[in-house]
Design a protein around this ligand. Structure first.
Ligand SMILES: [Zn+2]
Length: 85
């Protein structure tokens, strides 16, 4: 199970497991690129949720267009967030 960020404009993409730690994510982005501007969070899932709630979208590091978050994982993301509230 992975969350995938994908840009329709330039086919830029990044995928990682939802529970990957933020340290792991920044390490991977540093090594592999692309570098997405994500909000604070302990895990990849938290970082995406923070970014979406604060900014409404995640910007592509290459072209600045909002990237798509893979739908299946977003559904599960939203559901797990709701169940924690
Ligand atoms: Zn792009």
């Amino acid at each position: 199970m992975q969350i995938e960020l994908y840009c329709d404009c330039c086919a830029c993409r990044f995928a990682a497991p939802p529970q990957a730690s933020s340290r792991e994510i920044t390490d991977r982005m540093f090594k592999e690129g692309p570098w997405y501007a994500l909000g604070d969070g302990e895990t990849f899932e938290d970082m995406i949720f923070t970014t979406l709630t604060q900014q409404g979208h995640i910007a592509c590091p290459d072209c600045g267009e909002p990237v798509a978050v893979s739908e299946e994982s977003l559904g599960q993301l939203a559901m797990s967030m709701l169940s924690q509230m």
